[in-house]
Design a protein around this ligand. Structure first.
Ligand code: NAD
Ligand code: UGA
Length: 478
């Protein structure tokens, strides 16, 4: 039996659901794509007549929404109707780390997955393909099947009345390059146990992706591969960040070491940029989830191995705050510090798990006066992030330091003691350093936690320059 997909519903209009469905709608003009969410404000923003107000910033996204919205791409809070009309439903809801109860601090919170499965059961009319797009613990497809099968039994529903088929199709896009990643993915992974159903989903992707890029596996391999891919990527960052500390103490330079190591084809050049620690909504939560799964199966050594990737990441972020404080004579109380970049990486407005949050909090606790600039992050989001307690310390003492958002870097820099580059936004490369040098108080510092600047652009000015994986690097070192 073949499946013809004419109507897709995606549950979850977030950083994955929005861009992914936009790219499907663009490449499949004959399929109607409905993206639904419980969050009213988010849907309003996806439907905003002003395309600058979309809730997700991604290069290239606005143009696709302009082209497809209202034609074959719709955003709505009407979950019931869109589920009942769908031939295929993507579940693209959030799966954060549980904060309470069994597995708190490690396991994924699957309450939104559970709710989605129950809503599908309630509203789906005919045969329906359910696709796990969210990142999930291995074996979640079994949970979804159980919910659907047991619900059918309870209602005494005719077994032939409706059929539900489950696929795993994890998403590998990275924020900031989401549209490019979706248009030209390294691979599309589909896990399933029914070839006709796998073909139905493959046929959607075949509208723009070559067949050899579509990998099919069993359900469990697909679910697990997503967690492992993220764990491997995060592991590379922790590895290179650990080496950055050795470089700073020995006179080696992290860029040169990365290049020398990465030229080996077996290692490769990508993902070897040292920085202030990885952020983003997924690496940490997915590794915590992997650790939880290992512990569940009694694989404590494996759990400890992956835990170390997270430990190095936390260490790297706090190591940077410490260096900044030490270089500023051990006290930053009432010193003016300009923070350049707050998002967890460039080209996104997302701040989830951004190392900037931890570093700013650590500087605020020390009494620093922070002026924060980011080209895309909403200051209200920064306020939420800086007020939110971290796990160890539920509240930080806001009375110690102060912060404000600044739209003008040069105004903020008047009499400033330090600049800290926390996100690799390219615009920071083109600042007028001579002008900045005249504005800052002495001794002045630039802390480049992303190895972003070219020392040639700043070695003619009288500002101390520290960069990750290198240490102090200009003539004015003290
Ligand atoms: P998100 O928080 O941006 O979006 C999830 C959306 O789902 C929210 O808007 C929420 O309101 C909505 N939602 C939750 N329950 C719902 C329900 N029952 N009905 C309707 N809407 C509901 O999350 P995200 O960043 O898009 O991530 C989604 C999933 O994709 C996660 O599992 C994540 O691990 C995975 N993932 C994320 C990325 C990324 O770059 N952000 C990349 C790959 C995979
Ligand atoms: C990551 C993965 O790259 C995606 O494949 C995956 O789909 C996604 O997680 C997910 O599952 O959510 P993302 O977190 O959006 O994507 O962005 P990355 O480019 O991976 O960056 C993550 C963090 O690592 C950022 O803070 C970034 O600055 C940092 N990073 C990245 C480094 O410090 N060095 C590097 O070399 C690369």
């Amino acid at each position: 039996m073949g499946f013809e997909i004419k109507n897709i519903c995606c549950i979850g209009a977030g950083y994955v659901g929005g861009p992914t469905m936009a790219v499907i709608a663009k490449n499949c003009p004959n399929i109607q794509v409905n993206v639904v969410d419980i969050n009213k404000e988010r849907i309003e923003r996806w439907n905003d007549p002003n395309f600058e107000n979309l809730p997700v910033f991604e290069p290239g996204l606005k143009e696709i929404i302009e082209k497809c919205r209202g034609k074959n791409l719709y955003f709505s809070n009407n979950i019931k109707e869109n589920i009942s009309n769908a031939d295929l439903i993507f579940i693209s809801v959030n799966t954060p780390t549980k904060t309470k109860g069994l597995g708190a601090g490690f396991a994924s919170d699957l309450k939104w997955i559970d709710k989605s499965a129950r809503e599908i059961f309630k509203y789906a009319k005919g045969d329906t393909i359910i696709v796990e797009k969210s990142t999930l613990p291995v074996k979640t497809a079994q949970t979804i099947k159980d919910i659907l099968i047991k619900s059918k039994l309870k209602l005494n529903e005719d077994p032939d009345k409706r059929n539900f088929y489950i696929l795993s199709n994890p998403e590998f896009l990275a924020e900031g390059t989401a549209i490019n990643d979706l248009e030209y993915p390294d691979r599309v992974l589909i896990g399933g146990d029914n070839q006709n159903v796998i073909n139905a989903l493959s046929n959607i992707y075949l509208n723009w992706i070559k067949e050899e890029k579509i990998l099919t596996t069993n359900l469990w391999s697909s679910e697990l591969s997503k967690l492992i891919a993220n764990a491997f990527l995060a592991q590379r960052i922790s590895s290179i960040n650990s080496v950055s500390a050795i470089c700073e103490l020995t006179g080696a330079d992290i860029k040169e070491v990365s290049m020398a190591v990465g030229y080996d084809k077996r290692i490769g050049m990508n993902f070897l940029n040292a920085g202030p620690g990885f952020g983003g909504s997924c690496f940490k939560k997915d590794i915590l989830n992997l650790i939880y799964i290992c512990q569940h199966y009694g694989l404590n050594e494996v759990a400890n191995y992956w835990q170390q990737v997270l430990n190095i990441n936390n260490w790297q972020t706090s190591r940077i705050s410490k260096i900044i404080i030490e270089k500023l004579f051990g006290t930053i109380a009432e010193k003016k510090i300009v923070i350049l970049g707050f998002s967890f990486k460039a080209n996104t407005n997302d701040t989830r798990e951004s190392p900037a949050i931890t570093i700013c909090k650590e500087l605020l606790i020390e009494g620093g006066n922070l002026f924060i600039y980011d080209p895309k992050v909403d200051p209200l989001q920064i306020d939420i992030d800086l007020k939110k307690g971290n796990q160890e310390n539920n509240e930080y003492n806001t009375n110690e330091g102060t912060w404000s958002f600044t739209k003008n870097i040069y105004t903020a820099l008047t009499n400033a003691d330090a600049i800290i580059i926390l996100t690799e936004w390219q615009e920071f490369k083109n600042l007028d350093w001579l002008k900045i040098s005249k504005l800052m108080r002495r001794p002045a510092w630039i802390f480049d936690t992303r190895y972003l600047l070219d020392p040639k652009d700043i070695n003619h000015i009288d500002i101390n320059y520290w960069r990750i994986g290198h240490g102090n690097s200009n003539l004015n070192d003290n």
